[in-house]
Ligand binder design. Structure first.
Ligand SMILES: *Cc1c(COP(=O)(O)O)cnc(C)c1O
Length: 359
């Protein structure tokens, strides 16, 4: 029998782990908690019936890109669809980084940037925002220069912190970096500001969007790369030919034709997020920042710091509530009012337990 060797980079990679157990309250994946209305459900069914299952999908996802272009006010020649924005991250990493090249990102930020860069043997450099989540654009640019970064990528609003990088800082980075600068706007709808309007002005700027969060289509895996002709041209050359399947193209087309549904959902999600934020801020006031610290958010989740984060995370799981835990930090996305109330009741109880208030 031949010998199988697993490369060191694969041996060392930390896989993206998903907790697949069923929880009564699921606030861990930043998905939308809102099901589509009946009319839209019916349109989705009709669209699924019309799909030509024996044929390959449209490789350019033309209708979908046109609709997404309309959705964000940009010509469809600047839009490329992906099997989730996740795939587009991998395409950009593959296309714009060689082995040993540097990718610059932020700490903390979306883990998949690092994941795909590590897979091709690129160097990952992280600008650490520190305990107080401070971003200094000159410090960031210095890291880009020193490490000769070829690809700069970060999310704004940031996952997991919910914070943003101001538009003028983003444009400053784009103007001064000899690198492709990718702004991942997965949570754009909850914030409202974008740099998409600048992609025809700066050839080294690219924006990522997704239908998995505000649009409510995480199951379909549809994301978009929005960039100038050079970046889009390169990305098209190296993408898998039929990357977005016909069912997903059809489903996303249906939903994007109902902007009023998306807009209504975004308002509902923002209301839920504000409810979570207020409740968590009250706990911060009650117990102090040392016990629970809440960070400002522009996304559909709230990020908090607590020395008891890991214990509280386990206790919530026991109670049937799943959120995300990163060391001393927790990320909770908004659910329905009922889910939020269940979370807040349990969370308050556990925070009190670990605050020493009963001691
Ligand atoms: C959720 C998320 C994505 C992934 O989106 P998909 O389109 O579902 O692959 C990308 N970037 C960030 C920052 C996210 O939080």
């Amino acid at each position: 029998m031949g010998r199988l060797l697993i490369s060191e980079k694969v041996e060392n990679i930390k896989p993206y782990i998903v907790d697949k157990r069923e929880y009564e309250v699921k606030l861990d994946a930043n998905e939308s908690f809102i099901p589509f209305p009946k009319v839209l459900e019916n349109e989705l069914k009709e669209a699924a019936v019309r799909v030509l299952y024996n044929r390959y999908p449209d490789p350019d996802a033309e209708e979908l890109c046109r609709l997404y272009g309309d959705y964000c006010g940009i010509a469809s020649k600047y839009v490329m669809a992906g099997n989730g924005s996740d795939e587009l991250i991998q395409i950009l990493v593959n296309g714009f980084l060689d082995k040993e090249d540097s990718l610059l990102t932020i700490k903390p930020d979306f883990s998949m940037y690092k994941f795909y860069a590590s897979l091709i043997g690129a160097k990952v450099v992280e600008y650490d925002m520190g305990e107080d989540l401070v971003f200094d654009r000159d410090g960031f640019m210095e890291m880009a220069r020193v490490n000769n970064a070829k690809l700069v990528i970060f999310s704004s609003p940031n996952n997991p912190t919910g914070g943003i990088i101001p538009r003028e800082d983003i444009l400053y980075i784009v103007q001064n970096a000899d690198a492709l600068v990718v702004v991942d706007e997965a949570y754009f709808e909850f914030y409202g500001e974008t740099v998409i309007d600048k992609i025809s002005e700066y050839e080294n700027l690219a924006v990522l969007r997704t239908c998995s969060k505000a649009v409510g289509l995480a199951a379909a895996r549809v994301g978009f790369l929005i960039a100038g002709e050079k970046v889009i041209g390169s990305a098209r050359k190296i993408k898998p030919p039929f990357n977005v399947n016909s069912l997903s193209q059809a489903a996303a087309a249906v939903v994007l034709k109902h902007r009023e549904v998306i807009d209504g959902n975004v308002e509902q999600i923002k209301t839920g997020r504000d409810m979570l934020y207020r409740a968590l801020t009250e706990l911060q006031i009650t117990y102090g920042k040392e016990i629970i610290r809440v960070f400002p958010t522009y996304a559909n989740f709230v990020y908090v710091k607590s020395p008891a984060a890991a214990q509280i995370f386990e206790e919530l799981k026991e109670a049937g509530i799943i959120i995300r835990c990163f060391g001393d930090y927790l990320r909770i996305n908004t659910g329905s009012t009922k889910e939020n109330e269940l979370f807040i009741d349990n969370f308050s109880k556990f925070v009190r337990l670990h605050s020493g208030a009963d001691a």
